[in-house]
Write a protein that binds this ligand. Sequence first.
Ligand code: CA
Length: 528
Amino acid sequence: MAHQPKAGKPRLVTSLATGSRALCLAALAAVLMAMVAPALAQEPDKISPYDGMPQMLVPAGEFVMGADDEDALGRRWEFPPHRVRLRAYWIDQFEVTNAQFAQFLNKVAAGNLQTIYSYCDLGNPFCRIRYDPQSKQCVVEKGYEQHPVCAVSYTGAEAYARSVRRRLPTEAEWEKAARGSDQRRYPWGNRWDPKNTVTRESGATKPSPVGSRPADGSPYGAMDMAGNVSEWVVDAWVEDYYLSSPTDNPVCLEGAWQRVVRGGAWCLTEWDARVTSRRFLGPSVQRRYMGFRCAETVPEPLPEPAPVSDQVLFYAPMDGYVYAAAARGERRPLKAPSDLTFVPGHRGQAVLLGDAGNVLRFLEYDAAGNFRIEEGTLALWIQPEGWQGTDFGFRYFFMIIDEATCKFYLYRYQQDNLLVLAGNGIEGEWGAIGYSTREWRDGQWLHLAVTWKDRKVILYVDGKPVGETVVPPEKYFRGMPPDFFLGQCANWAPTQKQASTAFDEFVIFSRALSPEEIVQERNRQGLP
Ligand SMILES: [Ca+2]
């Protein structure tokens, strides 16, 4: 599900752990622990649809990064304190849990022990995820579902973040999320209190469930930033990076293979629990105290919805948010594959669907059940990339499918044919149009349209009719199916060849545009 960002909207930050309230709550916390923690945790700004993680908004703005001059525990590489400006982002409210990580392992590395062990050391007694050879599943030891995953490598943390369409925080993002903008030394303030968090000084002998210490809540509501498990961030470890780091959105990605580690842990001490404390480990190291949380950039505010005229029945611009508007302005998100990327297009951005062998990737739209049209024009701007050359196998570039009622494909078959198949059902005769794409150039934007009325289907390229077919009576489809898949590349035969397509917009009109109108539209959008 695409998320409507709240960029620019001011938000009340109600830290639970400020001033005298912090002392009361810290005392309470020791007694009440996990049972009340969820109730005390700050309301999240959004919930990730991919792993259910509550995410806290950290608004754009400045903060001071690095240890203050009076911090006796500060090490050379924590200095100098310096102003850093960050764009808005969401930080995970909690460390990623065993339950979440096990689910990831089962999805991404099912049965592949080599991958599983590269991500997480299941042999570590503090890792509560076990591999069951019978079911080939990773299972969490009972009672440890809400504990943070530990003994996880940077590689594993990074792979997890990618799988849930987030990323690891930068070191600067981590520190700002932990301390806010008032240069505090701990998430709750400036005074060390071992009761506030899960470290060796608090008597911990293992990690606690995430969010079990309400006092270890940052000004933005991120929990366990001081302790519980230490956390991977994305940056490479360059000891004197602060001496040359940029003011805006600093991130160090070169100069070392080791990665920065932030925050204290159940078996570490106050030194690590300070929000400025920084150290490093190799990316494959799986320590019993190493966990992580993810971050996500807040996108720029949504553009105004494109006007939807009476003649446009369905409109899906690909502008980085991937939403669709069906007849008269109803907007809803398109379900998107996890690895789609955006490329510069004439209308903000286009969605690039790259080829990945046999993987099917679609932008999916669940239309309302009564969304049907008996005739119309389906049109899209596409930018072919890598279509040329020998290639055996099917390769869909666009399709509408509803298994029950109809199939409507626009696809490339083998070398250089664009095919339109139209009709109901799977077996039997279809209406078909073939069109050679041999003359198409990579990077060129093309307007494809297919009109249909009664049983007649016509394919247009740049507004010119290039082929037509009549759907056999028994295959005649009665209207648009309720689900659209804007989609992608299925190679049914193995191939090394890469191919991709960028979609810029997808529209269903109630009538066909003329070639002149296509030219006008092309000019208006400044297309090459
Ligand atoms: Ca932590």
